[in-house]
Design a protein around this ligand. Structure first.
Ligand SMILES: Cc1cc2nc3c(=O)[nH]c(=O)nc-3n(C[C@H](O)[C@H](O)[C@H](O)COP(=O)(O)OP(=O)(O)OC[C@H]3O[C@@H](n4cnc5c(N)ncnc54)[C@H](O)[C@@H]3O)c2cc1C
Length: 379
């Protein structure tokens, strides 16, 4: 009998498992390692301060806390395990090239000023407009026709695969058990969790956390709730650009929903498509690959000769209102959910994992997550 079984081992489930094990809770992490799991494809931009999301201060305030938590978590992981964490703080360059983008740039400047005044982020002095010449000095591979630019020096990036491995290694050091298997169902007896049926047999557990990314909705029937989370495919290109010395590049963020991110090993990643209605179909498409390469080369034409090394494809777990789904399931004792992070799960996921781990071990949850409860979708 385990105290807690966590279903799903992406960045969210691995964070739940790590935090539970670190607190001394006997925990097993069950992961099917689906092709298309989002964590293995994510670009890893951590920069809520410059996010174009305008729908919700709830998201923004949570994202600021979540990204601030990276500092503590990276320090803990560096002390608790030997590998890299895949985390760095390269800064971010916002750029506008045409009329429509200049308009979007000006709207972004107003939004950022409002957030700075009302919510204290971005931090004073960390965000400033640059001249086009300064922007090209910062990144010579940039397009010559940049018209407006701004720099945000606290933007960070994380390689989701490397970070998740670090969480798992540290979790194991604290006693976390990890099994590669499929969870086929959650066993509920007399209104309380009793265990998980897996493809390798039944497993007894007092509590369960569903952190199955885009696949989480499959457990709704067992728990008597709707978990409205859908897959949204993203395709992202990995370019090898050793000759351009990309180690000091900032993240580049234009205004058509795409980006270019410097990564370890002389790579830059160019992303990403946002394909609502893709279903569980984690394959690359001709149009998707063309889209991300066209947009990348429009903004950073200096990458024209970069080697096209790999196209990754991931399914973002998007909830019906685009906010995470976190916390206790109302009518089943011992059932918890941590999913629905959509396009921002690498920013939010490690912190969500910490909070849901607190809930699942009966501790006080350090921040109010009631806005993210699954019961909001009822009726
Ligand atoms: C192209 C792309 C770019 C992105 N860029 C960014 C970015 O710049 N910044 C950012 O913050 N976020 C970004 N994201 C989003 C981010 O990657 C996701 O929100 C996040 O990784 C979701 O993590 P997760 O653990 O919930 O899901 P996943 O990583 O999908 O993991 C879910 C896991 O659960 C397992 N599972 C499911 N069902 C079962 C079952 N029945 N039994 C056992 N295991 C099961 C799966 O196999 C999988 O391993 C991006 C995503 C994509 C695709």
């Amino acid at each position: 009998m385990h105290e807690v079984a966590v279903i799903g081992g992406g960045i969210v489930g691995s964070s739940v498992g790590y935090h539970l094990a670190r607190a001394g809770v006997d925990t097993v992490l069950l992961d099917r390692e689906d092709e298309g799991r989002a964590t293995a494809a994510g670009a890893g931009i951590l920069s809520p301060a410059t996010s174009s999301r305008t729908d919700s201060d709830t998201w923004f305030e949570f994202a600021i806390e979540a990204v601030a938590y990276y500092d503590d978590l990276v320090a803990a992981l560096e002390a608790e395990q030997d590998g890299d964490t895949g985390y760095a703080r390269p800064g971010l360059l916002s750029v506008a090239l045409d009329d429509a983008e200049v308009e979007a740039f000006e709207a972004a400047m107003s939004r950022i000023e409002r957030r700075q005044a009302d919510l204290g982020s971005p931090e004073p002095g960390s965000f400033r407009e640059l001249s086009p010449a300064e922007a090209r000095e910062r990144l010579p591979a940039l397009a010559e026709d940049v018209r407006r630019a701004a720099s945000y020096e606290n933007a960070a990036r994380v390689d989701g695969r490397i970070f998740t491995e670090a969480l798992r290694r540290a979790g194991r050091a604290h006693g976390l058990e990890i099994r590669r298997t499929e969870a086929e169902g959650i066993r509920v007896e007399d209104g309380a969790v009793a265990g998980v049926e897996t493809e390798d047999g039944a497993l007894d557990a007092e509590r369960v956390v569903v952190a199955g990314g885009a696949w989480s909705g499959a457990f709704g029937d067992d728990l008597g709730v709707e978990i409205p989370v859908e897959p949204k495919r993203g395709q992202i290109a990995h370019l090898g650009a050793a000759e351009l010395d990309t180690a000091d590049w900032p993240i580049v963020s234009p205004f058509r929903g795409h980006y270019v991110v410097p990564w370890p090993d002389d790579r830059v990643v160019a992303g990403a498509t946002r394909e609502a209605g893709s279903g569980f179909a984690p394959y690359k498409t001709a149009g998707g690959v063309r889209e991300v390469l066209d947009e990348c080369l429009r903004v950073v034409p200096g990458l024209d000769d970069a080697e096209l090394e790999e196209i990754r494809v991931g399914l973002r777990p998007v909830s019906a209102d685009k906010l995470p789904v976190l916390g206790e399931v109302p009518d089943v004792d011992g059932a918890f959910i941590a999913t629905g992070h959509g396009a921002t799960g690498l920013q939010l996921g490690p912190y969500s994992g910490k909070l849901v781990a607190q809930a699942a071990r009966g501790a006080d949850v350090e921040t109010d997550i009631s806005a993210f409860g699954v019961e909001r979708f009822e009726g």
